[in-house]
Write a protein that binds this ligand. Structure first.
Ligand SMILES: Cc1ncc(COP(=O)(O)O)c(C=O)c1O
Length: 364
C-alpha cells in the first residue's frame, strides 16, 4: 500500500483530501491549475498541458444540464465510438473511470487462484500494490541496458503458476517502446497459457499502431487505454480495456454495474475528443517541439536523455553538477523521484514550451 500512498502524496490528492473535510470551494478546485503565477509547475504526472480539447470542453459544459439523468445513451455512444476507432465490436470494450481501474480489474481476475505475475523493473506499477507477494508473487524483470522491456528474459521467467505478464508500451517511466515484430511474436508464444496485459496509455503519442484489435481473436490479451494523456482528460477519469468478448465478460463480472461508473460529463468530453483530430495532432506536434527543445537544453546541462516515444523524458543526472531535486524544489517545480540510483535516472513530463523554459532556467 506504500506505493499508493506515495502516489497520492505525489499527486497532491492528499492535500485535497484533507481540505475536503473542511471546506471545498472553487479556489480549492482551481489549485490543480498550473498556470497562475504562484502555483507550481506541474511536470510530475505526464499530464497534457494543452487539454482538454476546446470542443470537448463545450460538450462537457452542454452536458451538465442533463446530469439529472443516467447516461445510458452517452455510454453506448462512447463504447461504439471506441469500438469503431479500434476496429473491434462494442462487446470487446469495457469503460472505467481511468485505465488504472482496468489494470486493477485484470490483476483481480488473474490473481483469483494465486500464482505469480511478471512485470518489468522499472515500469508503471502502482496498481500492483493491492496484493502482497504471498497472495500473488511478483517476478520483476530488469529492463535491458537501453531501458526497454526484456521480452526474452520475461519469457524465460515464466513459471508453471504464472498468470499474468504486464507490458507497458510505451513504457513509463522510460518512454521506450517494444519492437512491434518482437512484441507480436512474444504475444503469440506466451498467450497460449498466460494473460498478457498491454498498457497503451501513451501509444497515441507514437506513430505505432495499437494492438487493440488482437482482442478480437485472442482470449489472453487485454489492452488498456486512457483519455488522461493525449486527450488531456486526466481529471475527467476515462479509460477503457479492449479484449476478447469472453475476457471482457469476465472483467465485467467483477463489477456490480459495468460501464456504469462514469459521469455523463466526462463521457461527453471523451466522445467529442475522440473525433477532434485537429486537437490531438496539435498536441502531438507541440509535444515534439517542447521535447526537442528540452533534449537540446539538457545536453548543454550534461543531462543525458534516451529516445522517448511519449510526453515525458527519462534521463541520467550522473554528470549534472547540481542537486537536481533541490533545484526543482527551490523553483516550485513538480518532477519525479530518482528511479535508479545507478546513473541517477529520473523522469520529467514534457509540459508546454513556457513550462520547459522554467525547468531549464531552474536547472542552469
Ligand atoms: C502507463 C500508465 N498507465 C496507466 C496510467 C493511469 O492512467 P489513468 O488516468 O487512465 O488511470 C498512467 C498514468 O500516469 C500511466 O502512466
Amino acid at each position: 500500500m506504500n506505493n499508493r500512498r506515495n502516489w497520492i502524496k505525489e499527486t497532491g490528492l492528499g492535500i485535497l483530501g484533507m481540505s475536503l473535510g473542511i471546506n471545498i470551494n472553487a479556489q480549492t478546485i482551481t489549485k490543480e491549475q498550473p498556470s497562475n503565477s504562484d502555483s507550481m509547475t506541474l511536470l510530475g504526472l505526464n499530464e497534457n498541458p494543452y487539454g482538454p480539447s476546446p470542443k470537448a470542453l463545450i460538450a462537457m459544459q452542454e452536458s451538465i444540464s442533463n446530469a439529472n439523468r443516467y447516461a445510458f445513451k452517452t455510454t453506448t455512444a462512447l463504447i461504439n465510438a471506441i469500438a469503431k476507432k479500434n476496429e473491434v465490436t462494442p462487446e470487446n470494450v469495457l469503460l472505467a473511470p481511468g485505465s488504472t481501474e482496468l489494470l486493477d480489474l485484470t490483476f483481480q481476475l488473474t490473481s483469483q487462484n494465486k500464482g505469480s505475475y511478471i512485470i518489468a523493473n522499472n515500469t508503471f506499477d502502482y496498481w500492483t500494490s493491492t496484493k502482497t507477494d504471498s497472495e500473488f508473487k511478483r517476478i520483476p524483470i530488469p529492463l535491458t541496458k537501453d531501458k526497454k522491456h526484456d521480452l526474452k528474459a520475461m519469457f524465460n521467467a515464466i513459471q508453471t503458476d504464472t498468470k499474468l505478464i504486464y507490458i507497458c508500451n510505451p513504457n513509463n517511466p522510460t518512454g521506450t517502446i517494444c519492437n512491434r515484430k518482437e512484441l507480436l511474436s512474444f504475444i503469440e508464444k506466451v498467450s497460449e497459457k498466460v494473460m498478457i496485459l498491454i498498457d497503451e496509455a501513451y501509444i497515441d503519442y507514437t506513430e505505432e499502431e495499437s494492438l487493440g484489435n488482437l482482442g478480437i481473436t485472442n482470449k489472453n490479451v487485454i489492452i488498456t487505454k486512457t483519455f488522461s494523456k493525449l486527450h488531456g482528460l486526466a481529471g475527467a477519469r476515462i479509460g477503457y480495456a479492449i479484449g476478447h468478448t469472453s475476457t471482457i465478460k469476465k472483467l465485467k463480472e467483477l463489477k456490480s454495474w459495468p460501464n456504469g461508473n462514469l459521469s455523463l460529463i466526462s463521457m461527453a468530453g471523451a466522445l467529442v475528443s475522440l473525433q477532434d483530430h485537429a486537437f490531438t495532432e496539435k498536441v502531438k506536434k507541440l509535444n515534439i517541439e517542447a521535447k526537442e527543445y528540452t533534449i537540446k537544453e539538457f545536453q548543454k546541462l550534461k543531462i543525458t536523455t534516451i529516445p522517448s516515444y511519449t510526453n515525458f523524458l527519462y534521463f541520467s543526472l550522473e554528470n549534472y553538477p547540481k542537486d537536481y531535486l533541490q533545484q526543482l524544489a527551490l523553483n516550485r517545480i513538480k518532477g519525479s523521484r530518482i528511479y535508479e540510483e545507478n546513473g541517477k535516472w529520473s523522469r520529467i513530463t514534457i509540459g508546454n514550451i513556457e513550462e520547459m523554459k522554467i525547468l531549464i532556467s531552474a536547472l542552469q
